[in-house]
Structures are given as structure tokens and as C-alpha cells.
Ligand binder design. Structure first.
Ligand code: SF4
Ligand code: SF4
Length: 393
């Protein structure tokens, strides 16, 4: 198989192993092939030595959470996330790596039909709501509790908005109250704000990029760029979406995409830059979970800490931002590994809270992490925007 991986990125690894302790799959398995170094060596073997694309190779690539914790730790600047995206793109054309027919059908429906179509996603969400009401959907699936009043919640915008809140796909359908809180906090800074256009700006393509569906990701990126012309800040309250949108310049390779990416800010980043609103000190303890795509990719986790510290008694986990195991569709595709990785994160959160058994309030700026961790009894996971809205004067 020809993988067409970037040679510069592939040879940049000097096999030092400094990334290994930062890799969640290596930490839970202890296997070299489940580490960044092992995966890069396997990629090199296929690209340069004609090694076969067998089950072991495909498994090693699929078991990567794409958290990019290895990038943050790498002294050689290896762009592991891009290598993994390109590898997954190559595997999609490889017969030996072809997934089962039901999985291909599910992926076609999910990535190709539902995610890019906001109206369809919102319509299908009502069936999920009904399933939850009838107790047909187990809590371990990690879906947020859907409420009819949230599904019909309208987000209002101000005239001449100076910042646009990107509302996205899954988050817009399942977590609209987070968007409402984000808009309320942004307004409390004195800014005029508006949600992104409801029909044109839909999915950002982050999940497609993760899955190696780069053509679809590019089409969605072009649509997002075209739907938000102008110079207003584009504020994103999902760390995964924000990371993808800040990377549109590289993904599309056009000056327009570069200019768009330069306008993108994470929610907390924008609020802190703009001037945090007045809040009251609640005295409530909160453990902050740094989503990987905020910490390792956007390098923008500090504004969350600064913002929440104005109103809460914040603490952080002592695990160097090790991944929680959510990773896009990872928790669905690799439930065992995702569960083991999550167990470590939950231990770190409970240690930070000093509360081995009591309910712990956790702040997370990524919907995937919030759903994955929220399925664990005893953790109450809230978005920083919701917590700050509660503390507004
Ligand atoms: S992206 Fe995350 S899971 Fe994948 S190799 Fe790097 S550290 Fe490990
Ligand atoms: S990816 Fe970076 S940190 Fe990991 S082994 Fe290679 S050079 Fe070392």
C-alpha cells in the first residue's frame, strides 16, 4: 500500500520515547505498538519497507485516540496528528483495512448524511429524546439527558454582532443550553453577539478529519468559511471544533481559509481577551478537565483556568492533561480501551478534588469529554460557560 505520508514528518521522530508517558493507549496497555513511537515505526515500515497492512497495523492505527498528547511532549516537533489523519485516509482505500459492511453503512449515514444536515440531526434527536423518556437508552452510552424545552430553545442574536458563536452540529442538537450560556456570558462582557447562521454553518468537519475523511472535511470547512464572511471573531465553545477550525488554513490551503482561522477563538480565550464579566465568588469547588484539543492542539487551556478562578475554587488534575478517552467516535469504536483510559482520568479528577466518593463538579470545554465523563456516576460535568453564567452578578 502507498500511504503518501509526509516524509519530513515521518523522519522527524528520533525514537527518544519521551512521548510514551503522555500516550493514554501506551499507559493502559504498556505495548510499544500502542505508543506514538511504535505507531510511527509501523507507518515507516509500510511506507518505506513495503510491510503489509495487516490486522495488527490497522488495529494500532484505530486504537489511537488522536489526543495529540504525544505532540505536546515531543522535542522533535513531530506532527503526529497529521500523520495519523493521513494514515487513516490511506487506509480508507485499502481493501485489507476495509471495515465491515454494517460499519461502513453506519459511517456513511453518520458522516455523510446526518452530521452535515442540521435539520435531519435535530429531527432524529427527537427519537433519542423519546428513547430516553422510555428508558430504552442505557446511561453508559454517555448521551446527555435531553429535555424537550432544550430541543426547542431559540438562540437570539444582536444586530451588528462583533462576535459570532459557532453552534455546530451535535452540540447544537444536544447541548443548546451551553450555547445559550455562552451567548449570555459573551453579552455580559458588553459585546454584541450572535449565533452562527442556522442553515449554512453546520458541522465543522472535525469528526471527519479524525476518521480520515479529508475530502468531506474540506467540503464542510469550505461551507463554514463561506457562511461566516466578514471580520468578526468566530467563537467556538467546543474544543474539538475550535481546534479543527483553527486548522482550516492548513486543511484548505487558501488565503481565505487562513484569514478565517485567524478569527477563531475558544470561548474562554475570547472572554478573557475581551474582558471577563463581573461575577460573584461562589466558593464552590470545581476540578478543571483540560480537553486534549484545547490543551495539546490549541494551547489555549489557561484562559479556562483564569476565567473559572474568578468565581470558583478551582483545582486541576496532576496528570499533565492525559486524555480522558473520548476522542470523537473513539468511545463508541473502542469501548474497552476508552473505558480503561477514562478510569485513570476519573481517579485523577477524584484525587484533585480530594473526594474519593462524593459527587465532584467538573468543568470541561469539550462536549465529547463531557459526555464520556458524564456517564460516570458521581461526576457532574458542566461547561465553563454554564458555570460562569451561574456566577454572573
Ligand atoms: S495521539 Fe494520543 S493516543 Fe495517539 S499516539 Fe499520540 S498520545 Fe497516543
Ligand atoms: S514522536 Fe517525538 S517524543 Fe515520541 S519518540 Fe518520536 S521524537 Fe521522541
Amino acid at each position: 500500500m502507498t500511504m503518501h505520508l509526509d516524509d519530513d514528518a515521518l523522519v522527524a521522530c528520533v525514537s527518544c520515547g519521551l512521548c510514551l508517558p503522555h500516550c493514554p493507549t501506551y499507559r493502559v496497555t504498556g505495548l510499544e505498538i500502542a505508543s506514538p513511537r511504535g505507531r510511527i515505526n509501523a507507518m515507516r515500515a509500510v511506507q518505506y519497507d513495503g510491510a503489509p497492512v495487516d490486522e495488527a497495523f490497522v488495529g494500532a492505527m484505530e486504537e489511537c485516540v488522536q489526543c495529540r498528547g504525544c505532540e505536546a511532549a515531543c522535542p522533535s516537533g513531530v506532527q503526529f496528528g497529521h500523520l495519523m489523519e493521513e494514515t487513516r485516509t490511506s487506509l480508507r482505500d485499502e481493501p485489507a483495512a476495509r471495515p465491515s459492511t454494517p460499519r461502513r453503512l453506519a459511517e456513511w449515514l453518520g458522516y455523510g448524511i446526518v452530521l452535515p444536515n442540521r435539520g435531519l440531526l435535530r429531527f432524529l434527536t427527537w427519537f433519542l429524546w423519546l428513547g430516553q423518556r422510555l428508558r430504552l437508552i442505557p446511561r453508559r452510552f454517555g448521551l446527555p439527558t435531553l429535555r424537550a424545552r432544550d430541543l426547542t430553545l431559540r438562540l437570539t442574536g444582536d444586530a451588528d454582532a462583533e462576535a459570532i458563536l459557532f453552534t455546530g452540529c451535535v452540540m447544537d442538537a444536544w447541548q443548546r443550553p451551553v450555547h445559550r450560556s455562552a451567548l449570555a456570558v459573551m453579552r455580559a462582557t458588553g459585546a454584541r453577539v450572535a449565533p452562527s447562521p442556522s442553515t449554512r454553518a453546520t458541522c465543522c468537519g472535525a469528526l471527519h478529519t479524525h476518521a480520515g475523511r479529508l475530502d468531506e472535511a474540506r467540503a464542510l470547512a469550505r461551507r463554514a468559511v463561506a457562511s461566516m464572511p466578514g471580520t468578526e471573531a468566530v467563537v467556538v465553545d467546543s474544543a474539538g471544533c475550535g481546534a479543527a477550525m483553527k486548522d482550516y488554513g492548513r486543511l484548505l490551503g487558501t488565503p481565505a481559509a487562513e484569514a478565517f482561522s485567524a478569527r477563531v477563538r475558544d470561548f474562554s480565550e475570547w472572554v478573557v481577551e475581551h474582558g471577563a464579566p463581573e461575577v460573584r465568588a461562589t466558593g464552590k469547588p470545581v476540578v478543571i478537565q483540560d480537553p486534549c484539543h484545547l490543551r495539546h492542539v490549541q494551547h489555549a487551556e489557561q484562559p479556562v483556568h483564569r476565567l473559572l478562578a474568578t468565581a470558583y475554587d478551582v483545582s486541576t488534575t496532576a496528570d499533565d492533561g492525559l486524555c480522558c478517552g473520548a476522542g470523537g467516535a473513539y468511545a463508541v469504536l473502542q469501548p474497552d480501551l476508552a473505558g480503561q483510559i477514562r478510569d485513570r482520568k476519573v481517579d485523577a479528577i477524584r484525587t484533585a478534588a480530594g473526594a474519593p466518593t462524593a459527587t465532584v463538579l467538573v468543568a470541561s470545554g469539550n462536549p465529547g469529554c463531557a459526555m464520556h465523563l458524564g456517564a460516570v456516576a458521581g461526576l457532574e460535568v458542566r461547561h465553563p460557560a454554564e458555570l460562569i453564567e451561574e456566577a454572573l452578578q
